[in-house]
Design a protein around this ligand. Structure first.
Ligand SMILES: Cc1cc2nc3c(=O)[nH]c(=O)nc-3n(C[C@H](O)[C@H](O)[C@H](O)COP(=O)(O)OP(=O)(O)OC[C@H]3O[C@@H](n4cnc5c(N)ncnc54)[C@H](O)[C@@H]3O)c2cc1C
Length: 419
């Protein structure tokens, strides 16, 4: 493995960093102020002007749709390994990824459509998503069941003639609060009698289909994440044409596995960026304050934490790059252990470092004057979203046990490293 970034990636990194300096950091406060103004006027659920103004600039700068490898519809897409250091930079500011059309859940949804949708569905929904004209949501999780186990998903998808009829209740549908959100990918059950992993399917549902009600926004530690939002959505007799089914009835579990690989690694890349920024703010703050007669930075406990944070970030980055490299070279299925590892490591690492950075800022750290409290809230959710830590640990443990099992007839020999 060679982790030296290619000249192409180094050039893009430099251009992305310049874009962040020129357009994003100076407008960070404006983004939150705009939402606060909209909220004060009675509606926070409006796209921000700042994001819409910056999108054409990002596109013109060639920093657009970088996430999608091997798609003829998005030739600008990079490999996972090329994208990793760029996605990391976007992760330093919560709304930055959208400006480059690289934000969740649209990226995962576009990847799903690219792999599993008909050309007709791609023309209808993927094209406007790739242009950043609309947004999308992924409706899998349900309030009534433990949704970390996708085989529990209950939303009914019943075939009637040339249509499917959907009935169910979803929650944590991220992005469904945005008025630009025009399409959902919904997971539901087509056949309760099929084998456990063949009961669910995924289907494309236009957000304005009669029978859909967006009921409320859920808050994350008090943040509602407007205008994006994490919504509770009711589906009552929602009818869509049979051609909207992805891949085929009973293939939903399979799609979920395929979809979540790239989505997970993107979150991890951004977590590394968020941790880098927290460490930077922590160091600056510690060096700028004096307590009990000397700079706080010179207290050994802070030296210990700063050093530990640097080690943790470097470890997580290398593991993420390894996972990205494997996804590019041997595919998401073979890379499943590495994908599980980074999904466990990166958000936990980021939570710990942001927590230290909050501590270093004293009371200011939990306030709106620094980006830390919001960053912590977001990173903490990543220990749940796209599968809780425990589920990934279980999968990893199963793979590890399998490596050390003695099959009938085999001699129980010590297994050497790397075997
Ligand atoms: C901010 C945010 C955004 C989200 N966005 C989306 C979205 O866009 N679309 C969507 O469909 N969902 C989304 N989710 C939902 C998320 O994917 C689920 O919350 C997650 O999969 C867990 O499912 P659950 O909430 O039903 O928890 P449950 O499945 O009920 O699990 C609860 C807890 O049980 C424990 N547990 C579960 N299984 C095991 C196990 N095998 N071993 C040990 N312990 C276990 C874990 O501690 C887990 O946290 C989002 C969630 C959040 C917080």
């Amino acid at each position: 493995m060679d982790f030296e970034y290619t000249p192409k990636v180094k050039d893009m990194q430099a251009r992305l960093l310049a874009f962040m300096d020129e357009h994003i950091y100076p407008n960070e406060q404006r983004f939150f102020d705009e939402i606060a103004e909209n909220r004060a006027k009675g509606n926070a659920w409006l796209p921000t002007k700042i994001v819409e103004e910056l999108k054409p600039l990002a596109r013109k700068a060639g920093l657009w749709n970088l996430f999608l490898p091997k798609s003829k519809r998005a030739p600008e897409g990079l490999t996972n390994l090329e994208y990793a250091p760029l996605c990391e930079i976007m992760g330093r500011v919560p709304f930055a990824a959208e400006i480059f059309n690289c934000s969740a859940p649209d990226t995962g949804n576009m990847e799903t459509l690219e792999r599993y949708a008909s050309e007709e569905i791609k023309d209808r929904w993927m094209e406007p998503l790739l242009k950043g004209e609309i947004r999308s949501a992924f409706l899998m999780t349900e309030p009534a069941v433990a949704s970390s186990d996708a085989t529990n998903i209950e939303c009914e998808i019943r075939r009637e003639g040339d249509e499917y009829v959907l009935n169910g209740r979803k929650w944590w549908s991220s992005g469904a609060g945005d008025p630009r959100c025009a399409v959902y990918i919904v997971m539901g059950k087509t056949n309760p009698d099929a084998p456990r992993h063949s009961q669910q399917s995924m289907i494309v549902v236009p957000a304005n289909t009669p029978g859909i009600k967006v009921l409320r926004a859920l808050s994350v530690f008090g943040y509602d994440d407007a205008p994006h939002g994490h919504m509770e959505v009711l589906l009552e007799n929602v009818r869509v044409p049979v051609g909207n089914m992805l891949l085929g009835e009973g293939r939903g579990f399979e799609i979920a596995q395929g979809r979540l690989g790239p989505g997970r690694i993107h979150h991890c890349m951004r977590s590394i960026g968020a941790a880098e920024r927290a460490l930077e703010l922590m160091c600056k703050r510690l060096n700028s304050r004096v307590a009990f007669g000397r700079e706080v930075a010179r207290q050994s406990v802070w030296q210990e934490r700063v050093a530990e944070a640097r080690c943790m970030i470097e470890q997580a980055r290398l593991l993420t790059l390894k996972a990205a490299y494997m996804m590019d070279t041997v595919g998401n299925k073979v890379a499943k252990a590495e994908i599980a590892m980074i999904k466990i490591v990166a958000p936990n690492m980021a939570c710990q470092i942001i927590d230290w950075a909050i501590q270093a800022h004293g009371g200011g750290g939990v306030s709106q004057d620094f980006p830390l409290a919001y960053a912590y809230a977001h990173q903490r959710t990543l220990r749940l979203a796209d599968g809780p830590d425990e589920v990934h640990r279980n999968s990893l443990a199963k793979l590890e046990y399998a490596r050390h099992m003695t099959l009938p007839g085999e001699v129980d020999m010590p297994i050497t490293r790397g075997s």
